[in-house]
Every structure is written in structure tokens, then in C-alpha cells.
Design a binder for this molecule. Structure first.
Ligand code: G6P
Length: 601
């Protein structure tokens, strides 16, 4: 979703800003813009619809430069995708420029109350914010900091913002503010930066100061001043981020998604190494987590998208291994339609980014109700990990492709390890995870098989199905999401037994139906369902596990413990989605309309 970068004190800021925007592309956006200013009074504003590459070309054509600047990738919320609505937004006299992540809930009221006489150039809530700063600076003779603070004080309590403001009269200063939307200040001895995502600024620094909700900061070439919500100066220490910038490059791979699919074997090994010692005992989970969960009578897993699908699999571990009843909920539903809770609930938030607004809304609600919380996330130091009582890392490494792959399998593994630590399970999970890693590797080594399946089954198709029962039904949902979100083939994931209650009417001659068959208890029933759709013309493609396989199955998975089979069953689906999308000539990593980190509700 929207991304912010700002730089001051590095000589020409333009290359840092443009590289930063390129690093933010993975989050999803539909327009981009940049504003730069110089001490001699010159400044530049360039905005483009579409890709950052268009902005780069235009900025270079115009000979843009500046000793400080701000830049933004926009994912449209208020107002359509257009150059006018792209950020930075400017005040009418072009003294102030502002980029913004988030939503100003009362922007129309503010417009009516304070800006009735102003002509607006865009339909964005952000323009109201920058026009207000201009108005207060001019009419009330306020300093830029005070005008900025006054504008912020007028925003509705539910508003979310990460703001980065420049005043052309102070061309080296970045004015920063944040609430409910992540912003970091990057510090170095050769200039300072502001960003919504550390990955965007790693070329310049790995030392970041995290801003808290309500903070306002002034970032200059050689100094950073931060004021807390009460207006008093605060001292916030930088932390060092240990990310190898190479991890965010795709190396020799044509797309991040393929690289991330391949990384899953390594991630499984990393997790086993992190959470178990050499004797096979669990070490990476603090006892506070286990003790608190053991007092719970029910677990509530809260998540969105792919993370929700990982939760559907995780539920089986908590119920089978830890013997704790577990419910899995879609965050955006739970937030406004909270079900009756058990007497002693424990909440687990699953998230790749740790920033998903829907999940954060639930966490806020749950904290107010005083229940214990744990976040399992890939991005530690994210809002969800900071604000929950406990946090466990997913350790998948940066996931750049919008379609989540390695974060899904890693979230499943962390849930399995946590459930295992709570119960008395006979299985040697550490050893089993080593086997999982070997088998994931074996499946990913057979890419040509999945390319062939994708090209023969999905070419010229406009719809498809994934079916399964039990854990396979949970994987079918994720498999269908992978295929539909990047290839745009309308795909349904289905509990196979439900097909006959309505959806089977959609089966036509040649409709691809992928069946996932890894659970012995229901294998016979699923075979029956495959036969039912085949009898109605479906092109059935069965992916089965070794002990349940039949000769005409399209692919036979190696076998690990049955409860861990989702970790293998999803890999063919990821690869089929990848190759189906490639065959359609689409951008695998950046599907239309989607964002990697969804920071609005
Ligand atoms: C977006 C992404 C999905 C992701 C979902 C939840 O929609 O495109 O891939 O599953 O958000 O995100 P989270 O970071 O909380 O796992």
C-alpha cells in the first residue's frame, strides 16, 4: 500500500528517493510522485500515473535535483488514480508539499469549516491537510511546526496518518508525524531519511528511530528533533536493523515469487534451528507464552488473507497436539462483529507484515478488553508485534512478491511448533521438519512438471476450482487465492463435500478442478467427489500423497506426518499459479489492484 520516503543532507536526494520508491513498489501502488527543494529557492514537483519507472524517466527528462526531498507511492483510496490525486499534494501557493499514508476521516468537515474559499486541485483527503497547514501558517502567522501540529490536532481520533511535509522556505527540513501508520527515521553521518518501510532506505543506512503514535519530528541534515504527543521533546534511541540488502534483491530469478517459493525449504530449516536445540527440545518460545496459553480455555486466531488461511491449518495443531479448542477469524469481520467469547480466551494474531489495519483494529479492541495476546509475524518490530503481549518471529526473511508464499508455510510451521510445545506429542517435530524441508526442496525441483500442468490445464480458462477435505480444504482456499490473485482466473477453493450443494452447477466441459488429497480419513470420499465432477465434464487434476495415490494422479507428493502435509500440498499450487500467470504474460509479482501491506481498513 502507500509508501513514503524522504531524504535530507545527502547531496542530491533524487537518486535516493527514486531507489527508495523502487524498493517500495512491492507493496502495491498505482501512482507515484516526488518533490525536491534547494537552498537557492528552486524546487521540483513531478508526479506520474502507473509505474515508478515512468516517474524516473520524467524526473530525469526534467533534470530534477534537490538537496532534500519527499516521495510517495499511492494506492488510491480518496479519489481515482490520476496525476492530480498522486502525492505530494501542494498548498495553493506551492509553499508546502505533503505526502501522506492513511486516511483522514473528517476531511470533508475540515474542508467545510476552514477551507470553504480554497479551490482544490485534487479529490484527496491529503490536500485538505496541506491546505490547512498553509492557512494556519499564513493567517495565524504560525511557525511551520505549529501550523503542522495545529492541523494534526484537528484530525478525527480515528484518522490514521504518516505525514512528511516540506516548506519551500526551509528547504533542508522534513516535518514528520505519525499515528497508526508506520514511519521510521533513518539516521547516518551523511544525512538523514524518513521512510514507511526500512527496506526502502537500506542503501543509505541500517540505523532507524521508530516513531510512536502522536510524535512530531523535525529531520534536518545533521539533526533529528522529536516531540511526543504532549509536545515535549523526547529522546528515542535508534536501533540497528540486521537485514542484508541482498535479501531484498531477486538475484538471478525472473520474479521474487519464484525466489520466495524456492526459499521455503531453507525457511523450514531456519525455523527448526531457531526453535529447537540440538537435543530436540523447544528453546525459542519464552515460558511466559506457554504458561499464559495453558490458562486459556480457547484460542482465537485473527488474521487476513493468506495469514488467515495459515490460521485454518494452525487450528488443527492447537486442537490435535495441544488439546485447546481453537477458532480462526477473519480480522475485518471480527473487528465489528465480535462473537461471544469463552471465559478465558487467548488471542493469536497472524501476519506477514505485522501492519495489517484490520488485524490492528482487533488487537486494539482485545487489549481494551484485557485479554492476553500473541503476534506471530514475519516483520518483527512491526505494530502488531510491538503492541501484543508476546511476539514470535516467522523468520521467512523479506517477502517482496505480493502473493504470499514463504510467509504462509513459515506461519504454519511456527504454529505447529507452538502447539507442539504445549502438548505431549509423540512425534519428533524437529526431525519431521527436517524431512519437510527436504521434500519441499524435492517438489520445487520439479518446476517443469507444474509448468506443464499450468499450461495445459489453465490456458484459455476463465475459472477453476481447488477442492479438498479437512486440512486439504484449508489448503484449497490458499491454493485458489494464489491462482486467482495473480493470474486473474476466477478460482474457488472448496470443501469438496459442499460442491454438490450448489457449486457443481458451474462445472462445464473442461473446467479445471484441482483436487488435493493427503488425508487418509476422507480420501475415499474425495475420490468420489472427483468422479462426480469428472462425470460432468471437469478436467480433474489430482495431487495426492504417496500412500493415497492412484496411477492417473497428476502429481504424487512425498509423505511426511499427515498433519504437516499442507506444507507440501501448497507448493504445487504456488508453482501452478506462478506458471499460469507467466503464460498469460502478466506481472507475477505485482498483480493489479493489490497491495502487500494493507494499512487501511
Ligand atoms: C494483503 C496481502 C496478502 C496478505 C494479507 C494479510 O492482502 O496482499 O498477501 O495475506 O494482506 O497481510 P498480513 O501482512 O497481515 O499477513
Amino acid at each position: 500500500m502507500c509508501g513514503i520516503v524522504g531524504v535530507t543532507g545527502v547531496g542530491n536526494a533524487l537518486p535516493y528517493l527514486l531507489r527508495g520508491l523502487e524498493k517500495l513498489e512491492y507493496r502495491g501502488y498505482d501512482s507515484a510522485g516526488v518533490y525536491l527543494a534547494n537552498p537557492d529557492g528552486t524546487d521540483f514537483l513531478v508526479k506520474e500515473k502507473g509505474r515508478v519507472s515512468a516517474l524516473v524517466a520524467e524526473a530525469q527528462a526534467q533534470g530534477v535535483y534537490g538537496t532534500a526531498g519527499i516521495a510517495h507511492t499511492r494506492w488510491a483510496t480518496h479519489g481515482n488514480v490520476s496525476v492530480e490525486n498522486a502525492h505530494p499534494q501542494a498548498s495553493s501557493d506551492h509553499r508546502f508539499h505533503l505526502v501522506h499514508n492513511g486516511v483522514i476521516e473528517n476531511y470533508q468537515e475540515l474542508q467545510g469549516q476552514y477551507l470553504a474559499d480554497v479551490t482544490f486541485a485534487s479529490q484527496t483527503d491529503t490536500e485538505i491537510a496541506v491546505q490547512l497547514v498553509d492557512k494556519f501558517a499564513k493567517e495565524e502567522q504560525l511557525s511551520t511546526r505549529d501550523a503542522f501540529a495545529k492541523m494534526i490536532s484537528l484530525l478525527d481520533g480515528n484518522s490514521a496518518y504518516g505525514f512528511l511535509l516540506m516548506d519551500s522556505q526551509e528547504p533542508d527540513t522534513l516535518y514528520v508525524a505519525k499515528k497508526k501508520s508506520p514511519l521510521l527515521i533513518g539516521v547516518s553521518d551523511h544525512g538523514n531519511a524518513v521512510t514507511s518501510d526500512a527496506a526502502a532506505m537500506l542503501d543509505m543506512t541500517a540505523d532507524f528511530i521508530e516513531l510512536m503514535d502522536g510524535d512530531i519530528a523535525l529531520v534536518k541534515p545533521n539533526s533529528v528533533e522529536i516531540f511526543g504527543a504532549d509536545g515535549q521533546a523526547v529522546d528515542r534511541k535508534p536501533f540497528h536493523l540486521d537485514i542484508d540488502p541482498a535479501q531484498t534483491d531477486k538475484g538471478a530469478y525472473p520474479y521474487y515469487m519464484l525466489k520466495e517459493i524456492d526459499e521455503q525449504a531453507v525457511v523450514a530449516r531456519t525455523l527448526a534451528g531457531h526453535y529447537f536445540n540440538d537435543e530436540g527440545e523447544i528453546v525459542g518460545i519464552g515460558c511466559g507464552i506457554g504458561d499464559t496459553i495453558k490458562q486459556a480455555d480457547r484460542l482465537y486466531i485473527i488474521a487476513a488473507g493468506t495469514s488467515y488461511h495459515a490460521g485454518l491449518v494452525g487450528k488443527r495443531y492447537f486442537e490435535n497436539w495441544a488439546n485447546i479448542p481453537t477458532e480462526v477469524h477473519i480480522a475485518s469481520e471480527f473487528a465489528y462483529d465480535q462473537p461471544l467469547l469463552s471465559e478465558h480466551p487467548f488471542f493469536i494474531f497472524l501476519s506477514q507484515s505485522g501492519e495489517t489495519a484490520d488485524s490492528r483494529e482487533v488487537l486494539d479492541n482485545i487489549k481494551r478488553q484485557g485479554f492476553p495476546t500473541l503476534t506471530i509475524a514475519n516483520v518483527m518490530n512491526s505494530t502488531l508485534t510491538r503492541e501484543a503481549d508476546f511476539a514470535l518471529p516467522v523468520l521467512a526473511g523479506p517477502e517482496i512478491a505480493v502473493a504470499s508464499t514463504k510467509a504462509y508455510t513459515a506461519q504454519i510451521i511456527v504454529q505447529a511448533i507452538l502447539a507442539y510445545s504445549l502438548g505431549d506429542v509423540e512425534l519428533d517435530l524437529k526431525q519431521e521438519l527436517a524431512k519437510v524441508a527436504v521434500e519441499i526442496q524435492a517438489i520445487t525441483d520439479e518446476k517443469m512438471t507444474f509448468q506443464a500442468i499450468a499450461e495445459s490445464a489453465l490456458q484459455n480458462q476463465h475459472s477453476a476450482f481447488y477442492i479438498g477435505r479437512g486440512m486439504d480444504a484449508a489448503v484449497a482456499l490458499e491454493a485458489a487465492l494464489k491462482l486467482k490473485e495473480i493470474s486473474y482466473i476466477q478460482t474457488e477453493g472448496f470443501a469438496a463435500g459442499e460442491l454438490k450443494h450448489g457449486t457443481i452447477s458451474l462445472i462445464e466441459e473442461g473446467t479445471p478442478v484441482f483436487a488435493l488429497l493427503t488425508q487418509a480419513k476422507t480420501a475415499g470420499l474425495l475420490r468420489g467427489e472427483v468422479a462426480q465432477v469428472a462425470a460432468r465434464g471437469a478436467n480433474t487434476i489430482t495431487i495426492s500423497s504417496k500412500s493415497l495415490a492412484r496411477p492417473d494422479d497428476a502429481y504424487v507428493l512425498p509423505e511426511v506426518d499427515e498433519l504437516l502435509m499442507p506444507l507440501l500440498a501448497v507448493i504445487p499450487a504456488q508453482l501452478i499459479a506462478y506458471y499460469a500467470t507467466l503464460a498469460r504474460g502478466l506481472d507475477v509479482d505485482r498483480p493489479r489492484n493489490l497491495a502487500k501491506s494493507v494499512t487501511v481498513q
